[in-house]
Unconditional design. Structure first.
Length: 658
DNA sequence: TGGGTAGACGCCCTCTGCTGGATGTAG
DNA sequence: ACTACATCCAGCAGAGGGCGTCTACCCA
């Protein structure tokens, strides 16, 4: 066997070419030396007792032995039992590693040669270091698992039934079959090293099947029989897939059942089983001539080639869709046209076209979340959601707005963004209970929840004793109180919106002036008026604001006076105009002109200070030109012959309330 | 053995709805 | 200026539809 003929690392089988087969009569001889005894056949359980510790899993042995009678065909039956041992030297190309324990012919040895990294090792059968191709056994096992050099003990047991080139069923060998014929005892054979204590058990099952037609060869597939370990393993991954093999479980007098050691597949038909085995191999002999992709079957290759050529032979009669396979077409028609949904949920009305969809749906009932995030506690019900969730950890934003290049984690988010930001005729959502129009449906839902939902706790109107259970009606109700002067004076026609304003007003009638100046004992009905008074007459740090007329440059202490002046100011006629309105001007400027004298010389003190306070308040509120407030003030005082202090302040407070 | 069919699995998509921070506005 | 509140907006997850691909099984 040349190097190129050696199966590569991806190959799972071992080829034995022109293997020297041992005739069954040799088995008899084998019994003599105690390697294999008739007793073993009759009492397979004895294997368990006599098996070297650690060579095989006892539990498995029992199971196998119960299930599988050993039925050897007439004629030749050959056993090859190989064992490997740890090497003493690592730097040898050919090393003696084992022996034929079944019938160790004189001088017959098994040699192993590592063909190189990633390449299978070679087992040589023959006398001495013979390297004849005819005597070569290629162990094509994944190197990471089965480098012979790494094994303490490895046992290959091969039964060849009815010759190498037999057709029909493959030569599957059960462990039990081999136990009938082979018995290994601890310490058997003088060259056999004892097993190391605590050594991990490694036992491999070798299945034999005919090789390529017309070629005289057997294909051996070697797999691990460490069943306990397999049970703990998840579904076979790429590593252990390569170990695919089979065990046939045959009950006495019953049909033979072939079960896959890699998955749970079982079959009573060897042809089905053989077909199944291929799914655990990477053997793909059918190459696409266009892209060199390999496929297991001609049908798969044909379907693949159709994807290159665009050939979709199965066309839908109801739409323009076409598919590569008939199954796709049938499913498409169910989804789009017939709406046939054979899979119905027993817990709700959901039905689906595909069983997998129903299975996924049922998780919404059971709460099952099989797909766990490795970075947080999140677990999802399907793989896609987990994949989508992982973007929250990676920060990946695969979706980009083609207009503003903003990036998004989900396509739906980007779609909404484009719709709301870059589209015309954006749909709006009208609230069915009020005039609100909201851009997003979800926000309309929030709106409905906050404003139009029934609240168990009563909400009180801030202006009256009314109570409400819906926030929207409360707000609408409170608006009715706006501009409503609910507080009416018992002594005059005055009315106001706030009670505190009425309290101040009533002092006009009672004459009460509770705010006294500490410096001059002058009393005021309002604290704010006292403050203005104090600043003006008793605070040396107080710097009165000066307002200049933009037309004539004249200074005013109050903005309202300046404003009033400037409205009628004509610099060219300033002299006559001024003289013509002497009284008015004097009144306007009375506080300034009279200095600290009583306001009786001009506008009433209350009126003047009220206007000043209003101005001050307006400035505090950030209004540079409180003209609007002033207009309100004027309107409020219009027609008042002698503006009352209380009334002025009430108006002021009302305006402040605004 | 190949073709048809059904089922399984995976991937990607859309639609939907909730959430919380940002922002605008009224009081 | 501050607060409360409504709306805007992006992030994120739930649910389900549709299709590509592959395997198992049946049958001619």
């Amino acid at each position: 066997m040349s190097a190129t003929e050696i199966s590569g690392p991806s190959d799972q089988f071992t080829k034995i070419k022109e293997l020297e087969l041992m005739p069954e009569k040799d088995l008899k001889e084998k019994e003599v030396d105690g390697v294999c005894r008739e007793k073993d056949h009759q009492n397979p359980g004895g294997w368990e007792a006599e098996c070297p510790p650690g060579t095989l899993q006892p539990r498995i042995l029992k199971e196998e032995l119960e299930l599988v009678p050993v039925t050897s065909e007439e004629g030749e039956k050959h056993i090859l039992t190989l064992q490997t041992v740890p090497f003493a030297s690592e730097a040898v190309e050919l090393q003696e590693v084992g022996w034929l324990s079944a019938q160790p012919q004189e001088g017959m040895q098994v040699m192993v040669q590592q063909a190189g990294p990633g390449l299978p090792s070679l087992l040589w059968l023959g006398e001495g270091p013979q390297q004849s191709v005819q005597q070569c056994v290629t162990i094509g096992i994944q190197e990471e698992l089965h480098f012979l050099q790494e094994m303490e003990v490895m046992q290959f047991q091969v039964v060849e039934e009815n010759g190498v080139a037999a057709t029909g069923d493959s030569k599957l060998m059960s462990l039990a079959e081999s136990t009938e014929l082979t018995k290994l005892e601890e310490g058997q054979g003088k060259d056999r090293p004892p097993m190391a204590a605590g050594t991990r058990d490694l036992c491999f099952l070798v299945e034999a099947s005919p090789g390529e037609e017309g070629r005289d060869e057997i294909i051996l597939t070697i797999s691990s029989l460490n069943m306990e370990e397999q049970e703990d393993k998840p579904a076979p991954g790429p590593a252990n897939i390569e170990e695919a093999s089979a065990t046939d479980h045959t009950t006495k007098g019953a049909k033979r059942i072939f079960s896959c050691d890699v998955c749970r597949f079982t079959s009573s038909r060897i042809s089905s089983f053989n077909r199944h085995k291929k799914i655990h191999t990477s053997e793909k002999p059918h190459l696409c001539h266009l892209c060199l992709k390999a496929f297991r079957t001609v049908t798969l290759l044909r379907n693949h080639v159709n994807t290159h050529t665009g050939t979709r032979p199965y066309k839908c009669g109801d739409c323009n869709m076409a598919f590569v396979t008939s199954g796709e077409l049938i499913r498409h028609r169910r989804y789009k046209h017939t709406h046939e949904k054979p899979f119905k949920c027993s817990m709700c009305k959901y039905a689906s076209v595909e069983a997998s969809k129903l299975k996924r749906h049922v998780r919404s009932h059971t709460g099952e979340r099989p797909f766990q995030c490795c970075l947080c506690s999140y677990a999802s019900k399907d793989t896609y959601k987990l994949k989508r969730h992982m973007r929250t950890h990676s920060g990946e934003k695969p979706y980009e707005c083609h207009v503003c290049h903003a990036r998004f984690t989900q396509s739906g988010t980007m779609k909404i963004h484009i719709l709301q930001k870059h589209s015309e005729n954006v749909p709006k959502y009208q609230c069915p209970h009020c005039a609100a129009i909201i851009a997003r449906k979800s926000d309309l839902r929030v709106h409905l929840r906050n404003l139009h939902s029934y609240k168990a706790a009563e909400m009180k109107c801030r202006y009256c004793p009314a109570t409400f259970h819906e926030r929207y009606t409360l707000i609408q109700h409170q608006k009715t109180h706006k501009n409503e002067k609910r507080f009416r004076c018992q002594h005059c026609s005055y009315a106001c919106k706030q009670e505190r304003h009425m309290l101040v007003h009533v002092r006009i009638h009672t004459g009460e002036k509770p705010f006294a100046c500490l410096s001059c004992n002058k009393c005021f009905r309002q604290k704010q008026l006292l403050n203005v008074h104090f600043k003006k007459y008793h605070d040396s740090n107080f710097i009165p604001t000066v307002y200049k007329c933009p037309k004539c440059g004249k200074d005013f202490s109050r903005w309202c006076n300046m404003h009033r002046h400037s409205e009628k100011c004509d610099p060219s006629q300033e002299k006559s105009a001024t003289s013509g309105k002497r009284t008015r001007k004097r009144k306007q400027t009375a506080p300034k002109d009279t200095g600290k004298e009583d306001a009786a010389k001009g506008l009433s003190e209350a009126h003047a200070d009220g206007e000043a306070a209003m101005q001050e308040t307006a400035v505090v509120r950030g209004a540079q030109f409180p003209g609007e407030a002033l207009v309100d003030y004027r309107e409020a005082t219009a027609g008042v012959e002698d503006p009352d202090e209380g009334m002025t302040c009430e108006m002021l407070l009302n305006m402040m309330d605004k």
